[in-house]
Ligand binder design. Sequence first.
Ligand code: 13P
Length: 247
Amino acid sequence: MSHPRKRLVMGNWKMHGSLQDNAALLGALLSGAVRGGDTELAVCVPFPYLSQTQALLSGSPVSWGAQDVSIHERGAYTGETSAAMLADFGCSWVLCGHSERRAMHAESSSLVAAKASSALACGLSPVVCVGETLPERDAGNAERVIGDQLDPVLALGAGALGRMVIAYEPVWAIGTGRTATPDQAQAVHAFIRAALSRRGAGQTRILYGGSVKAANAAALFAQPDIDGALVGGASLVADEFLKIAAA
Ligand code: 13P
């Protein structure tokens, strides 16, 4: 079965790394990455390492990005980082509304949409993360929760949606070793696809995230609406990350 959208495998390093470790990891990715392959590879690194990442990955088939962005262009916003600053360091991507930020920094879905909008204004592609908690799933509310998270993003319109990526990351599968089954993931991806299609953006890529490993990637990628993965822990091990990309 040929897949209509180019597969994207993106690492989210979260708050991991050091100059020394990154040099080894990025070096290993560079030697394993296939130019012109049918899978796009990307890494989202902590802000302080964007310069190092840019220096090492420029001109390579691996793109890079950040894990958060401010809704403001500039000004008295201590600790914030603007989309223009990310563009200065060659970022292609920025994660918006990762569940860890929604949970620990009280990011609302309208704030997440505003972040996606600021990223787009500077030519970056936002990767908007959505996903339900286990109690929400058990109560039968997964689609309602995800629908609510998506609504302000969908309101940005087809042009914006066509330049972004959606990542479905069930909160209960993140860092737990408990991944959604391919069928569970596909059901939610189909729900997201339908919502995107109603806005004229049915070809926007939808990544799955949550305990993706080399061992479970192929079964997930075989699903018609899963266009790749957003990988946490396994993206810190070059060999494992490359095996996911090759799955
Ligand atoms: P893990 O792959 O470590 O479960 O993390 C998933 C994630 O949160 C990626 O953004």
